[in-house]
Design a protein around this ligand. Structure first.
Ligand SMILES: *[C@@H]1O[C@H](CO)[C@@H](O)[C@H](O)[C@H]1NC(C)=O
Ligand SMILES: *[C@@H]1O[C@H](CO)[C@@H](O)[C@H](O)[C@H]1NC(C)=O
Ligand SMILES: *[C@@H]1O[C@H](CO)[C@@H](O)[C@H](O)[C@H]1NC(C)=O
Length: 461
């Protein structure tokens, strides 16, 4: 258990530290800060909050299974103050569980890990640590999880807010279920078994309202926790989850889509007039690459020492680039050869990155007609010297347009969801190369698989 716990902490670390470019804070004597380097007033999404509050399902007069006689489930054990992508994969699975249990899912704000919030957070002298900034879920995603409609004709109740749940589910109508009463029977269980068991528990509760609360015996008291999502046991859920309405109807938030649209001019191919124009849409000629640099090397050593597999949907057998932990090593240690093997994939060097991009482009172009790839979107935390060198080499290899996250122009509401903006561009790109251990990559891969992308289009270093 100790082994796993350390490993999982590394996994959490990995999931968190992705694209955010942590700049130094301007220190003032006596005051402590967390968050990023932006010093203005963060967006409060007032208009969106008002809209969320007035969703049509927030109406006690609606007939069963909504309204005051309706059935609801709130997962109060959902993870908070972690990276967005650790939260996202969990809330999608919880939505599907609510759906199978024939109850309305209760959506909640996203609570930031303070260190990764773009704006500076002042820690008050009387506080132990920074507060957790909150973003309404509808700023980040759309679809049934966030209160959007189900398929035409589907009688499932729509998701509701926490405030509405509190109104329609007074304490006497609530069945409070502690995860400690269920999870010990599910240790090392397959994903589909976990879904089935929780569906019985939540569906069969005699109360109209169910609230799942975090048990104290468990450091990771989530319904679908990191022990599941970081292991191949997750994969038995894929056939069920992939085609579920939660997954199919999961969509891009309008604020995110607007951020992508306003920057679309940056993606227009800039090269000399080609012999053939190729696809008209810039996204159809785009490769998006997720390259983690900087302190990430340290995290990769940790993953190697603890023999970590790929994360989440990156582990699916249908991918061309798979990673099998090599034999050898011992508890918390691995052989130098094995560590080198991990780094090749987790922290590839400059030349390996260039080569992988060439090979990936060749394979993708070769599997169709009239395919052109000349636009690159680079998702990276690398320093500008690295990016400069990389751009020069890419330009020399026919990539006429190279855009990075830092080139995007965003207003405050869009800046507050910039990780989702990057993910949306990576979703739309014809080809994506990601990091197999990353939850950010896994959630992009989920959307791309639902979109029906071919194997040559979904690659890992
Ligand atoms: C609430 O639902 C009832 C029953 O469907 C409907 O008559 C009423 O107009 C709804 N209220 C609002 C504010 O939409
Ligand atoms: C890693 O996993 C492989 C395959 O399951 C196993 O052979 C090896 O001993 C493990 N190494 C460590 C360091 O636990
Ligand atoms: C090649 O293209 C075909 C037709 O679009 C597709 O079915 C197949 O999956 C592709 N192969 C790979 C390895 O992506």
């Amino acid at each position: 258990m100790q082994h796993r716990r350390v490993f999982i902490l590394l996994g959490v670390f990995f999931g968190l530290v992705f694209l955010f470019n942590l700049k130094g804070h301007h220190k003032q004597p006596g005051l402590r800060y967390s968050g990023g380097s932006l010093t203005g007033t963060p967006p409060n999404y007032d208009a969106l909050r008002e809209w969320e509050k007035n969703l049509p399902q927030h109406n006690v007069s609606l007939p069963y299974p909504e309204g005051r006689t309706g059935r609801y489930v709130k997962f109060s054990n959902q993870i908070r103050a972690l990276g967005w992508n650790n939260v996202l994969n969990e809330i999608l699975l919880c939505t599907h569980l609510a759906y199978e249990s024939k109850r309305a899912y209760v959506f909640q704000d996203y609570y930031w890990k303070p260190e990764y919030y773009p704006w500076r957070i002042t820690i008050m002298p009387w506080d132990d640590g920074p507060r957790w900034p909150q973003t309404p879920i509808n700023a980040l995603i759309s679809g049934p999880t966030a209160g959007g409609p189900w398929d035409d004709g589907d009688p499932a109740p729509r998701s509701v807010s926490e405030a509405y749940f509190d109104e329609v589910c007074p304490p006497e109508d609530r069945d409070i279920i502690d995860t400690d009463t269920i999870k010990p029977g599910l240790i090392d269980a397959e994903g589909d078994v976990i879904l089935k068991r929780w569906t019985e528990v939540i569906h069969d509760s005699p109360k109209r309202c169910v609230e799942i609360v975090a048990g104290h015996k468990d450091n990771f008291p989530q319904t679908f926790d990191l022990w599941l999502i970081g292991y191949t046991r997750l994969l038995s859920l894929w056939p069920i989850f992939k085609d579920s309405p939660t997954s199919r109807l999961f969509g891009t938030a309008p604020i995110v889509a607007s951020a992508v649209d306003r920057n679309e001019y940056l993606f227009l191919p800039r090269g000399s007039r080609p012999p053939r124009y190729g696809p008209h849409s810039s996204y159809d000629r785009m490769m998006a690459v997720h390259v983690r640099r900087g302190d990430f090397e340290e995290a990769c050593y940790g993953l190697a020492r603890w023999n970590s597999t790929f994360y989440g949907w990156n582990q699916l057998p249908e991918h061309l680039d798979r990673f099998t932990p090599p034999p050898g090593g011992s508890w918390g240690e691995n052989t130098p050869e094995n560590i080198a093997f991990y780094l090749e994939h987790c922290y590839p060097n400059f030349d390996a990155i260039v080569e992988k991009i060439q090979d990936t482009k060749r394979a993708y172009i070769g599997n169709g007609t009239e395919r052109v790839l000349d636009v690159m979107y680079l998702l990276t935390n690398a320093d500008s010297a690295w990016v400069g060198k990389f751009k020069a080499v890419m330009m020399s290899q026919g990539w006429s347009t190279i855009v990075t996250s830092k080139d995007l122009v965003l207003d405050d509401e869009q800046m507050g969801v910039n990780m989702a903006v990057d993910m949306e561009i990576a979703r739309k790109a014809a080809v994506f190369i990601g990091n197999g251990w990353s939850s950010f990559t896994s959630n992009i891969i989920h959307r791309r698989l639902v979109d029906g992308r071919e194997p040559y289009a979904n690659r890992f270093w």
